[in-house]
Write a protein that binds this ligand. Structure first.
Ligand code: 5AD
Ligand code: SF4
Length: 473
């Protein structure tokens, strides 16, 4: 079979990163292998996201740029997938004559058949059919990047929550969970390929299996925890209303479960939460945070926030700031509210001026930056176990004293903090040496978005799981 080149551009969320993996996996039997060079590709797949207006604009401007590349290479096949494809369907073909294929979020497994038809007949196709049953049960995941130690594993798709600002239930369909046996098979396969850490993905992993009567999410975690060779488990995202005591207890029980939870709150004001249809109150959220900290005192908590939801008053925004001060998050993803087609809040009155939204966003980010800096300072002098993900170039004088863009190692703590350490202690240059290993690092410097440290033990001596220790600086 003739080898053909596939370029996948992923714009947007982690779901899309996983979808990109699956797309590569389903197209491999047709002879497609991945390339970074878009100009030489035979097939370009643009994996789009529509959760916020910005992501959608990015997707359309990227698609616009592809027209030139197609003009230079008319045999190129251009395919558009993901949430924008699901939402816009046929309209994309009309608007963009250089696009050959539009496939929705449930159509990935029909891709090979469609691509084959386009190769043979040069027709233009749209497939945005949705189904209730999950059809991605076969573990057709793509190849790993060289040295990849961490992988996403989708455990469910869709969402039934219908938050009023959100387009996801409309473009990803109803919630459906994969069978646990298939998930375990996929993770075992990834571990055999060299993966040491998995992140279980779903819009709301806390309700995993409920509908189908499969096992609960914490039971699934227990099975994953038993997989030999796997070092760490992460998951995202959790809806606060579905965070059970059983799952909270898992942070105390399961050795491999990382001490981090992403628990999006969106707002600190009860009236805004009600109009967002989040179905919890600020007090209920704070209660879950307190229970998490009882089970796991040093758990890192991160969140998503929306500023400028329709009707948000300054007092309500202050309530969000107050919640941030009270929880003291380890990190925040904050967004200005944007209208999304098919989301009910688009029709709400009291839209907030863009300048006000921008100012609120900046205030919130400044507040969080201060908290992050204080938390980083408190980590100085502590020893943390990191999973080493590879090397990167550093201009920083601490991790690379020459300051010449030389190599530094990069890893993550159990709490998901990024740590760099110098590649100069007899370990430089040998990419195999530490990648995928657990190493104990003394944290010595704090930056805006990462920490710097020094290798004190590793790779063999480091403790892979919950062995983090504090020693005197
Ligand atoms: N406007 C702004 N932010 C949004 N999000 C989802 N929909 C919107 C919207 N219409 C944010 C939420 C969610 C994250 C993935 O994106 O904070 O948790
Ligand atoms: Fe969107 Fe709410 Fe579902 Fe998250 S839980 S995907 S914010 S509808």
């Amino acid at each position: 079979m003739k080898s053909k080149l596939l370029h996948i551009s992923t714009i947007g969320c982690q779901m899309n990163v996983y979808d990109a993996d699956q797309i590569a996996g389903v197209l491999a039997p047709l002879g497609y292998t991945g390339t970074d060079a878009i100009e030489t590709a035979d097939l370009v797949v643009v994996n789009t996201c529509t959760i916020r207006e910005k992501a959608e604009q990015k997707a359309f401007s990227f698609l616009g740029r592809l027209a030139k590349i197609k003009a230079a290479n008319p045999s190129l096949i251009v395919a558009v997938g993901g949430c924008v494809a699901q939402q816009e369907g046929q309209a994309i073909l009309k608007r963009m004559p250089h696009v050959d294929l539009v496939f929705g979020t449930h159509a990935i497994f029909r891709l090979p058949e469609m691509v084959r038809r386009i190769e043979q007949t040069r027709c233009r196709l749209v497939d945005v059919r949705m189904s209730d049953a999950i059809d991605s049960d076969s573990a057709l995941v793509g190849p790993l990047a060289p040295g990849q130690v961490s992988a996403f594993v989708t455990i469910m798709r869709g969402c039934d929550n219908f938050c009023t600002y959100c387009v996801v239930p409309h473009v990803r369909g109803r919630e459906a969970s994969r069978h646990p046996d298939r998930i375990i098979e996929e993770i075992r396969m990834r571990v055999d390929q060299g993966v040491r850490e998995v992140t279980l993905l779903g819009q709301n992993v806390n309700s995993y299996g409920n509908k189908e009567g499969l096992c609960s999410f914490s039971e699934l975690l227990e099975r994953v925890n038993d997989i030999p060779g796997l070092g760490r488990i992460r998951f995202t995202t959790s809806h606060p209303k579905d965070l059970s005591d059983d799952l909270i207890g898992a942070f105390g029980r399961l050795k491999k479960l990382c001490r981090h939870i992403h628990l999006p709150v969106q707002s600190g004001d009860d009236e805004i939460l009600r109009r967002m249809n989040r179905r919890y109150t600020r007090a209920a959220y704070m209660d879950k945070v307190a229970r998490l900290r009882v089970q796991c005192p040093d758990i890192a908590i991160t969140s998503d926030m929306i500023v400028g939801f329709p009707g948000e008053t300054d007092r309500q925004f202050q309530a969000t700031l107050d919640l941030i001060r009270t929880v003291r998050y380890d990190g925040l993803f904050a967004f200005m509210y944007s209208d999304r087609p098919s989301a009910p809040a688009t029709a709400f009155s009291g839209k907030i001026d863009e300048r006000v939204k921008k100012a609120r966003l900046q205030t919130l980010l400044d507040l969080q930056a201060g908290i992050t800096a204080e938390k980083y300072q408190a980590m100085l002098g502590q020893v943390r176990t990191v999973l080493v993900e590879g090397t990167s170039r550093s201009l920083d004088h601490f991790t690379n004293p020459a300051g010449d863009g030389g190599l530094q190692w990069t890893g993550r703590t159990s709490s998901n903090h990024i740590v760099h350490f110098p590649a100069d202690e007899g370990n430089s240059g040998d990419k195999e040496l530490l990648t995928g290993a657990f190493a104990d690092i003394m944290i010595e410097t704090a930056h805006a978005h990462s920490l710097g440290g020094r290798l004190i033990q590793g790779p063999m001596g480091a403790t892979p799981e919950k062995g983090e220790k504090t020693i005197a600086a």
